[in-house]
Ligand binder design. Structure first.
Ligand code: FAD
Length: 319
């Protein structure tokens, strides 16, 4: 399969359309996810990201009145979905690979599975705290930061596996993506510290960056400028999402620690119904895309969050 960085080179300055999808809730059918993606193939995404969802801890009341604590996984299936995307659409999948919930050995097994499947791209992340906890805790013999996981993947790319002393092991060939936050990661004390740790991920082997969603392009442009000043030269892919409900004005800033531009808030609040909100969201996103395209942004990467129709409307205007 082709590396993301090679897709970018091959596009020769033309912006690439790409999306991120989320596995269905456990027990749901994969068909609706694939049917949702299908119409977007019109815009020829060379790659599709598939998120990974770690375990959650829930309390379940039992008939005898006691409470059982159970560990569950609400959205399993990342690797299977990657394989389905490859086979159904012939598109490169990009599985998200997390520190959270994994020991180093489990990570190695996971990466070997991906390598055997012919998957050569991975977005390497720390992951959020396991629900319902507020702070991230590394698994025993796992990693606390994405930079350490980047190092493990980069080592495998050189044929360096855990616990093996042999030096002639078959190397993997992963193109390594990492996450970044134009509006700062919520745990970082300040932007400078956050940049230093982003630089560490790059120094340890990241090949490209994907940003958290943002609604004010100025934040992305400033972020790219500051990355370049910090010596980060790899591609920086902007993450985009058209607003589709009024509620998202509150939910998205809370979930993703971002600010909504006052003009967007005002336009959404002036809407009389959901359809108008969706229209405002699509138009705002189209404007963002036009500006990003004019600035020669390599890829426009859309967070589908289970919905594709508004992204279709944006893509029709841009690609
Ligand atoms: P890191 O790069 O490890 O950074 C986490 C925090 O630690 C930052 O504040 C950073 O400044 C700080 N830090 C980093 N290194 C060090 C160090 N050595 N010492 C001290 N502090 C340090 N989550 C999921 O669970 N599944 C997904 O599929 C998923 N996909 C995502 C896709 C994108 C594009 C983005 C932007 C996020 C995604 N997330 C996903 C969310 C992500 O896991 C969280 O934002 C998480 O809190 C941070 O992940 P990271 O890889 O950026 O962490």
């Amino acid at each position: 399969m082709t590396k993301i960085t090679d897709h970018i080179k091959a596009a020769n300055g033309k912006p690439i359309f790409s999306i991120e999808v989320i596995p269905p809730i456990k027990g749901d059918n994969l068909k609706s996810l694939l049917d949702n993606i299908e119409p977007l193939m019109e815009f020829k995404p060379p790659f599709i990201d598939v998120t990974y969802h770690r375990e959650e801890y829930i309390e379940r009341p039992m008939p005898d009145g006691t409470i059982h604590k159970i560990v569950t996984r609400k959205r399993p299936g990342t690797v299977g979905i990657c394989s389905a995307i490859m086979h159904r659409f012939g598109v490169d999948p990009v599985p998200h690979v997390l520190c959270g919930g994994f020991s180093r050995d489990e990570t190695e097994d996971f990466l070997i599975d991906l390598h055997y499947l012919g998957i050569d791209n991975a977005l390497v992340l720390r992951g959020d705290p396991a629900k319902p906890f507020n702070t991230f805790k590394a698994k025993e013999n796992g990693y606390a930061y994405a930079s350490d996981l980047v190092e493990q993947v980069a080592n495998m790319n050189q044929g360096i596996y855990l616990h093996e002393e042999e030096t002639s092991l078959a190397p993997s060939n992963f193109c390594i993506g990492v996450a970044a936050y134009p509006e700062k990661h919520f745990e970082a004390e300040n932007h400078d510290v956050d940049f230093d740790f982003l630089k560490l991920k790059v120094d340890k082997g990241a090949d490209y960056i994907v940003t958290q969603m943002f609604f004010d392009n100025r934040k992305y442009f400033d972020f790219v400028d500051r990355c370049r000043q910090h010596g980060i030269t790899i591609p920086i892919i902007p993450g985009l999402k058209p607003i589709s409900t009024r509620r998202q004005l509150q939910i998205l800033p809370k979930l993703f620690h971002l600010e909504m531009p006052a003009d967007l808030v005002q336009a959404v609040e002036a809407c009389e119904n959901d359809q108008q909100v969706r229209q405002v969201g699509v138009e705002w996103c189209i404007q963002q895309c036009r500006e990003l395209t004019a600035a020669q942004t390599p890829v426009l990467h859309f967070y589908t969050m289970g919905k594709a129709d508004n992204i279709m409307k944006v893509a029709r205007e841009i690609f």
